[in-house]
Ligand binder design. Structure first.
Ligand code: MOS
Length: 749
């Protein structure tokens, strides 16, 4: 069913391919192992690099047995701060708002456990590992600062990446005085590590002053120019290839020290070099989610309306950089309240620097907010869903602006119906299953902003009627190669099977950042505009050609679909693309487009995806083991390009929320500062058995302002309602409010 969508030139329609629940175009490549990930590359003459990691969290390296490592057969080079050649950019300088201070052997200092302290390059991976072991470092040790109480607390200069600043709306004192019920909740969330299935990996090769990199990256153009900056070459000299990424979650959006060191090793040895992080090395120099300590203070009046939301979030960061989990922002845009006060502080501890990790800020912030909302509903004697509806924000609470679209009310209704929420007892410990488990039901609202980045795309219609679309978009498991190809095919008015889609390389037009749940919106609008531009050219040719049935139709009176141009006023008069190009003697027409939000809409509207998650948990009445037996989510996220992939993203997010609620926790030994669970045996993520029933429903939403195609985002929102929903269900089952995540058995006893 094609749906007409007015788009710049009026030539193309979205809806022949977009909207279809296609399976992944790259599925066969992935399941047969034909998809090439960075570490799969083996250029001739390849060397292997392994870095030695610091065993202490703070101090100085006083000795490395470089001679022993060098004496090992197979070892080619040992890089330490003593012989490391200079870089064109100081790794302790931040080049722009999206750059981090990194560790690239700039000195003998140690800032956290797991920091690279030397690199061994060898003919084989085994020799490199053995060489790194032989370095047997000695240290001057200073006490590690781990945890909120041991580090220095500070007011941050910035919070997150481009996040909103703290909010002061209304008068919190007045709000508290107007309240009949007060709820103060202190929540703690631990450090989380991204732990994508594909560990960070890089293959670097120099050809004179040209550099080729196989490296998974979510922000290809930025990374290319940053890598170039470190090595003093123009960005055009760097070719960055990232065709497939085995999970990014934000970690692969940021440059890190091991990458720069691998490129340096390639330059020093004049050979291609590969560096792949071990799983335990993922707990250090490649980012994580900072731990938070949050205080929520809510006031509720007699009518069950919020009078004030105060949200203070303190997040851990490193001793040498400033990224903070912008957790309190979660209270800005979801619930109506005459007074909203948010504040962030940081605490400096001896870990690597945190960075964006799936729903940065919203994940931990909404966990705290949704728990507090549940307690406020209990204080007011209201059903928690009814309480949320009573505090529904008709306009953006932070700015007062209208929402570009908001179908959260429909999400509440649809989700409650699908879950079967009606009849839930208000009091806890009221429900049991046939096996005698305590059963609890909880709810949490979901929200995630809809950022857009800049992107460019090129679209080509070939003489044989097939299409080619090029954009350095990023496939990191989310399905970009499928969803974006659907938009691209509609942009050219052809079937998706006739489309070649090239992505994942710096040699293609800049696809912007695959992050912030904004990739489909950003890249998709650029792609569609490029197709529309190409069709505009084709229409010019046809309408000026007396031999065409479209002659004289005028540029705006033509529609491209099904491989043919049609007169808009009489669609039975049409001509195939191939005939138009053939007569014109052209082997292709080409179009270019960019994706960006209309600045007036950006100014006038608040833009968010919304949703709700309902959770059912079963708790063993003796052992207090918690099992999530059901998760049901309902989400509204504008136009859905591929419902199958969107649901996959949403359920993936909900399972991530389950991991946040019950499993994930980076534990550091407070005595040494070392990560104590740097593997999948100790760092728990949910497996299939932990998530027997997870369902996401999509609620229709027609958004005319968020961007030309009406696309919002589905990548991260699934996490945001799920954490609170599960914690609230645990209370409903047990009567215990747990304020520290993940929820451990001992907290319930
Ligand atoms: Mo994400 S944390 O925007 O990859």
């Amino acid at each position: 069913m094609a749906e007409t969508l007015e788009f710049p030139t009026g030539h193309v329609r979205l809806g022949s391919n977009a909207g279809q629940p296609l399976t992944r175009r790259d599925g066969m490549l992935k399941v047969t192992g034909a998809a090439t990930y960075a570490a799969d590359n083996r250029p001739a003459g390849l060397l292997h690099a392994v870095y030695a990691v610091s065993a202490i969290a703070r101090g100085r390296v006083t000795f490395l047995d470089v001679a022993a490592a060098k004496a090992h057969p197979g070892v080619v080079e040992v890089i330490t701060p003593a012989n490391r050649p200079p870089l064109a950019r100081n790794p302790d300088e931040k080049a722009h708002g999206f750059s981090w201070r990194i560790e690239a052997l700039q000195n003998d200092g140690v800032r956290y456990a797991g920091q690279p302290i030397a690199v061994v390059v060898a003919e084989t991976l085994e020799a490199a590992n053995e060489g790194a072991r032989l370095l047997a470092p000695r240290y001057e040790v200073e006490p590690a600062r781990i945890g909120h109480d041991r580090g220095e607390v500070f007011d941050p200069p910035v919070v997150g990446v481009g996040a909103e600043p703290n909010l002061t709306k209304g008068d919190a004192e007045v709000g508290h005085r107007a309240a009949a019920h007060h709820v103060d909740v202190d929540i703690e969330t631990p450090l989380h590590y991204h732990n994508a299935l594909e560990p960070h990996a890089i293959v670097a090769e120099w050809h004179g002053d040209r550099l080729t990199l196989d490296v998974p990256n979510q922000a290809i153009a930025i990374a290319r120019s940053d890598f170039a900056g470190f090595f003093g070459v123009p960005a055009e000299n760097v070719e960055l290839r990232s065709p497939f990424i085995g999970g990014g979650f934000g970690s692969k959006a940021i440059l890190n020290g091991p990458q720069v060191l691998c490129i340096l090793a390639a330059r020093m040895t004049n050979r291609p070099v590969k560096l792949v992080l071990r799983r335990d090395q993922m707990f250090g120099p490649v980012g994580h989610r900072g731990g938070t300590r949050q205080r929520l203070s809510l006031g509720v009046d007699e009518g069950g309306h919020l009078t004030v939301i105060e949200h203070h979030a303190q997040s851990t960061t490193s001793s040498f950089d400033d990224f903070l989990e912008p957790a309190a922002n979660a209270s800005h845009n979801l619930y109506a309240s005459p007074a909203i006060l948010t504040r962030h502080t940081g605490v400096r501890i001896d870990t690597g620097t945190p960075g964006p990790m799936r729903a940065p800020g919203e994940a931990s912030g909404s966990a705290a907010l949704e728990c507090a909302m549940d307690e406020a509903a209990e204080a007011a004697g209201l059903d928690p869903l009814e309480f949320r509806m009573r505090n529904y924000a008709e306009t953006d609470p932070a700015t007062g602006r209208p929402f570009s679209s908001k179908a959260l009310r429909q999400c509440y209704a649809e989700g409650a119906k699908q879950f079967g929420w009606a009849g839930r007892p208000l009091a806890p410990r009221q429900m049991r299953d046939e096996a005698g488990h305590l059963v609890g039901w909880g709810v949490g609202s979901s929200l995630f902003p809809n950022p857009m980045f800049q992107a460019e795309a090129r679209a080509v219609l070939r003489a044989d009627g097939t299409g080619l679309v090029e954009i350095s978009a990023v496939e990191m498991g989310q399905g970009a190669l499928t969803a974006l190809a659907q938009i691209a095919a509609d942009g050219l008015g052809i079937d998706v099977d006739k489309l070649e889609f090239r992505a994942g390389s710096s040699e293609l037009p800049d696809g912007g950042i695959a992050g912030g749940s904004g990739h489909t919106a950003t890249a998709g609008n650029a792609i569609f505009a490029a197709g529309s531009d190409a069709m505009g050219r084709l229409a010019d040719i046809a309408t000026q050609d007396p031999a065409s049935p479209l002659f004289g139709a005028g540029n705006a009176g033509v529609v491209a679909r099904g491989g043919r141009l049609h007169r808009a006023d009489d669609e039975s008069r049409s001509e195939p693309y191939t005939a138009i190009l053939d007569r014109a003697g052209l082997d292709h027409v080409e179009g270019h487009g960019s994706g960006a939000r209309n600045p007036a809409d950006a100014e006038d509207y608040a833009m968010f995806s919304h949703g709700v998650v309902f959770a059912e948990v079963k708790v063993d009445p003796e052992l207090y083991q918690v099992r999530v037996s059901r998760l049901v989510g309902a989400f509204a996220a504008g136009r859905i390009i591929n419902p199958r992939l969107a649901k996959s993203q949403l359920t993936g997010g909900m399972i991530w929320g389950l991991g946040f609620a019950l499993h994930e926790e980076g534990v550091h030994d407070p005595r040494t500062g070392r990560p104590m669970n740097a593997d999948f045996a100790g760092y728990h993520v949910p497996v299939n058995a932990d998530a027997p029933s997870v369902e996401a429903f999509l609620v229709e939403e027609d958004d005319r302002h968020v961007n030309a195609l009406g696309i919002k985002g589905v990548g991260e929102i699934g996490i945001t309602g799920s954490v609170g929903a599960i914690a609230n269900a645990v209370w409903h089952a047990t009567g215990v409010r747990v304020h520290r995540f993940p929820i451990h058995i001992e907290a319930l006893l």
